[in-house]
Ligand binder design. Structure first.
Ligand code: S6P
Ligand code: ZN
Length: 195
């Protein structure tokens, strides 16, 4: 995240639950297929999509509420519908770098799954729809997948100091992947984990 300014006064923002945009917003990040190239199973599809213009997979908006004594942050993520090969659009997925940092995710639009997995392989895939709120405990990697036909939007609440660690997910992914099969979302074993 960008340089942060200390503000000890209350801050209120207004969220558009259709788009995930909120105002005021301090930072916006776009992630395209090339930013997730190691995350998708179908590497041929990844190469083809990048060569054809590199489609958008999701947008993130952040507001770090930095006071002189605290560092809560708000993030919203909007994942438009789409696939890479048979795999649905999804976030990269990460652990928090600090081992004492949980997070709350609140789905405000769309449908899909929240995958969570601890470092020693305790795996959960929670079906998600508007109104679902999940507490992600410390040291559970987390990834959201949009299996629906509309944009999936969720709100995240976390501490800036939690940090992001992407390496283990880049190296092994989650236990299962979620793909479209005969028009339906199905969970199948991650081929990278069965080697
Ligand atoms: C931060 C929080 C979210 C994600 C965002 C994108 O801890 O979990 O704001 O950063 O949903 O996901 P990713 O895996 O690309 O960081
Ligand atoms: Zn997180």
């Amino acid at each position: 995240m960008k340089e942060m300014v200390i503000n000890d006064l209350p801050v209120t923002v207004q969220l558009d639950t259709t788009t995930g945009e909120f105002l005021p917003c301090l930072e916006k990040v776009l992630r395209r297929v090339s930013d997730l190239s190691l995350m998708f199973s179908d590497q041929e599809a990844v190469k083809q999509i990048i060569s054809m213009g590199d489609q958008l997979v999701y947008e993130i908006r952040y507001y770090p509420f930095i006071t002189s004594k605290s560092d809560m942050a708000l993030g919203t993520t909007a994942i438009p519908p789409g696939k890479v090969g048979d795999e649905y659009h999804m976030t990269k997925g990460h652990f928090h770098a600090r081992d004492d940092q949980p997070e709350i995710y609140y789905c405000v639009r769309g449908e899909g799954f929240l995958q969570m997995e601890s470092r020693d392989g305790d795996y959960h895939a929670v079906p998600w729809k508007a109104g679902t709120i999940t507490h992600i405990p410390p040291q559970y990697a987390h990834r959201v997948i949009n299996t629906g036909r509309t944009t999936l939007v969720f709100v995240a609440s976390f501490h800036v100091a939690a940090g992001h660690e992407y390496e283990l997910i880049e190296a092994r992914g989650f236990k299962n992947i979620i793909i479209e099969h005969d028009g339906k979302a199905v969970e199948v074993p991650n081929p990278r984990r069965s080697i």
